[in-house]
Design a protein around this ligand. Structure first.
Ligand code: NI
Length: 156
């Protein structure tokens, strides 16, 4: 390949890369307070204590829910997604139901699930995903304490 052809090919590759849409991630964080106990209703009290320890007793957490959405920049607004809209979706689909509630008994869409952070993250994903443009929800992370979180999506 002549030198001029090579430089044209390189230039085309660079332009192609530049033209490929860049995905940008945006995130909204909300918090809620709720009570739960880790217990399987099919098991005895003793079996639940053995499996879940102190968490088998009713107790509360200050949960944090982090939702990440990815997409291309809308050049007219400068947004990927208006985060006020994401905040409204999280409030209406999740926070309204779980805040100041008992997760074991008060939330219809958590019935039949032991309310671990993992199950909460999965249920929150299922509540939020139909409200967003297809493929745009990237991750839902539930912080149960400062030390523990569970995430659906992400890099897995
Ligand atoms: Ni707990």
């Amino acid at each position: 390949m002549a030198h001029s052809d090579l430089s044209q090919a390189t230039s085309a590759a660079v332009n192609g890369a530049a033209a490929a849409p860049t995905t940008i991630l945006v995130s909204r964080r909300e918090s809620f307070n709720a009570a739960h106990q880790l217990s399987d209703p099919r098991l005895s009290h003793e079996e639940n204590e053995r499996l879940f320890g102190k968490c088998a007793r009713l107790h509360g957490h200050n949960y944090v829910l982090e939702v990440v959405v990815g997409g291309q920049l809308d050049s007219s607004t400068g947004y990927v997604l208006d985060l006020k809209r994401l905040a409204e979706i999280i409030e209406r689909r999740v926070i309204r139901d779980v805040d100041h509630s008992n997760l074991n008994t008060d939330v219809p869409w958590l019935q039949g699930r032991i309310p671990t952070a993992e199950n909460l993250a999965l249920a929150c994903w299922e509540r939020i995903v139909p409200e967003l443009p297809q493929g745009s929800l990237r991750s839902v992370r539930v912080w149960e304490t400062d030390k523990n979180w569970a995430e659906v999506g992400g890099h897995g």
